[in-house]
Ligand binder design. Sequence first.
Ligand SMILES: Cc1cc2nc3c(=O)[nH]c(=O)nc-3n(C[C@H](O)[C@H](O)[C@H](O)COP(=O)(O)OP(=O)(O)OC[C@H]3O[C@@H](n4cnc5c(N)ncnc54)[C@H](O)[C@@H]3O)c2cc1C
Length: 511
Amino acid sequence: MASGGGGGETLGGPRVLVVGGGIAGLGAAQRLCGHPAAPHLRILEATARAGGRIRSERGFGGMVEVGAHWIHGPSQGNPVFQLAAAFGLLGEKELSEENQLVDTGGHLALPSMCCTSSGTRVSLELVAEMASLFYELIDQTREFLHVAETPVPSVGEYLKKEIGQHVAHWTEDEDTKNLKLAILNTFFNVECCISGTHSMDLVALAPFGEYTVLPGLDCTFSGGYQGLTNHIMGSLPKDVMVFNKPVKTVRWNGSFQEAAFPGETFPVLVECDDGGQFPAHHVVITVPLGFLKEHQGTFFEPPLPAAKVEAIRKIGFGTNNKVFLEFQEPFWEPDCQFIQVVWEDTSPLHDIASGLQDTWFKKLIGFLVLPSFKSVHVLCGFIAGLESEFMETLSDEEVLLSLTQVLQKMTGNPQLPAPKSILRSRWHSAPYTRGSYSYVAVGSTGDDIDLLAQPLPEDGTGPQLQILFAGEATHRTFYSTTHGALLSGWREADRLIGLWDLKMQQTRPRL
Ligand SMILES: Cc1cc2nc3c(=O)[nH]c(=O)nc-3n(C[C@H](O)[C@H](O)[C@H](O)COP(=O)(O)OP(=O)(O)OC[C@H]3O[C@@H](n4cnc5c(N)ncnc54)[C@H](O)[C@@H]3O)c2cc1C
């Protein structure tokens, strides 16, 4: 096998590989399938299933979403909403004009019930007052998008500085002030779940407003989110998807020959963990940023250019996990949708000093009440950050025990029976994900996202578009979402189609 320049395309047309069968990879394949730009197309997926971070599992008599939960901003500008509607996966309410027009500004609805960690009910008026302060401050962060210099580097520091000023004007007694701070602390933890970060101090202030919220009241898939990726996969010819094929190394800018294709040379050779080799003209990389952070040093040969390595290092990628708890009997009211937990004696203005072992659960924001399937009662807890990663190291029994104690204290009922069963995600430990989703970290900007998305090689240094980059972390305004991921896959497919069109124009005989 020789290395060097070259890489002329075959008579049969280019060979295109997509690495990763999440929604970005499937979207790219869907767009390329049947197009002359990619007559030979394969998706190499490391695991035994398609969907990646869209993962619906059977459980509790219905479907539970281990990964993506909602369509964020389900309206006409959202391609996930459009596809889901076209596949008939959404109900009447989700499709209604009224639902599509709701403008949430990206803020969560108020909880139906709020309890302190020692069992006191918190008035929903007080929660609403704190929510309105918190979201007013979050909205203010958008004003820093185009300013030359921000007062502080992170969203967290900005929020804390502003809250500190508000506190100075609070006139209530100390207990009420402390409760207000503890409620605000929960909103910080909610925001950590939304941003997929350990702390809002890690999230860059200036580019925070670049994330774009689409109109529409967030909705779910009653039959499971994975129905969407399964439908896309079903629209591809059977042999396109290759499962259990973890890619180990992407060799590029070479001139590779393969016995199966005598006389042909390829600029890229993809090598898998099992020794399998796939020559290609173009490879669309859609592996998660968490995987790239861990493996970029050995995943590409030659290594990536320094600027790309820097972008991979700088863009944030954190953890948000879910814990599903099944109960024999509900302890919540029938119309309850979200139970918020307020950890007493916490404050966004003071960090907790003790170790993770004793305090990890204090990052839990509360529990979403899942629609009950066949009288099965399930709560879904959300927890982000290092506490969430620590939780992944614990056994189900340990998590169940801690959360039972939390719930007994919260409800003021020491006899509350332990949940019947538990199911949880472990996105940080997942070897082909290594976290949940990306955010723009302090020290990075939207330019780093664009840089990550740039194809290789850089212009003029070898055959064009050998490696293309898609995936949620490559979308500048919709990062961290399924629609961002889908759009990124389409974007790279269109890039390849554009190159094909250009080549066709150049080879067309001139009259
Ligand atoms: C807990 C959680 C909740 C979320 N909630 C929402 C939500 O409510 N709404 C929303 O819009 N988004 C949500 N998201 C984010 C959303 O799921 C992702 O942004 C999106 O699914 C990412 O798609 P992707 O194709 O970029 O990556 P992925 O879905 O991660 O796909 C990448 C694929 O690459 C494969 N792969 C990795 N390494 C290799 C390798 N070496 N060789 C071959 N294959 C490899 C992986 O197995 C995977 O299948 C959530 C995510 C999580 C984790």
